[in-house]
Design a protein around this ligand. Structure first.
Ligand SMILES: Nc1nc2c(c(=O)[nH]1)N=C([C@H](O)[C@H](O)COP(=O)(O)OP(=O)(O)OP(=O)(O)O)CN2
Length: 140
């Protein structure tokens, strides 16, 4: 029997500070490429995170995945780690990784992927501002 596949979404939120900076470049080049995002003393964003899971609807529960449990997983593995943190200074993940929206989405994906069955496709959408957002991965 072919079971219908549905996507479920959970939205969470965290605030964090960061600085976009490439240590292999001169200060001038960093300023030219990243502009105000290279501010020496960091700057903050209100990140909106949308986690998408896609899979078959379990005929017994009617669920693809319990969205309450998904919220708990995101809080435990993502927002408790990054909320109200300076990503460059306070987190292991971005010690040597530029905390662009793209890299933050990849890090979040890799942290959550370990927690969720591979029967489910996982996709991350991260809003850095109301107008700037990224998705990872680009397929699935
Ligand atoms: N590919 C990427 N481009 C940019 C990133 C990024 O992570 N990946 N980050 C930034 C800035 O950190 C931040 O997003 C601010 O960008 P900006 O466009 O200035 O922010 P707003 O949308 O709030 O401002 P507007 O007034 O709409 O310009 C930049 N680029």
């Amino acid at each position: 029997m072919i079971l219908p596949r549905v996507s479920v979404f959970r939205k969470e939120h965290f605030n964090a500070a960061h600085r976009l900076h490439n240590p292999n470049w001169s200060d001038d080049k960093n300023e030219r490429v990243y502009g105000k995002c290279n501010n020496y003393n960091y700057h903050g964003h209100n990140y909106d995170l949308i986690v998408q899971l896609t899979g078959e609807v379990d005929p017994e529960t009617g669920y693809v995945f319990d969205m309450k449990v998904l919220g708990d997983l995101i809080r435990e593995h993502i927002t408790d780690k990054f909320d109200h943190k300076n990503l460059n200074l306070d987190t292991e993940e971005f010690k040597d990784l530029n905390p662009s929206a793209e890299n933050i989405a990849i890090v979040i994906y890799n942290l959550l992927r370990k927690e969720i069955s591979t029967n489910l496709d996982l996709k991350i959408r991260l809003y850095e501002t109301e107008r700037n957002f990224v998705e990872y991965p680009t397929h699935g």
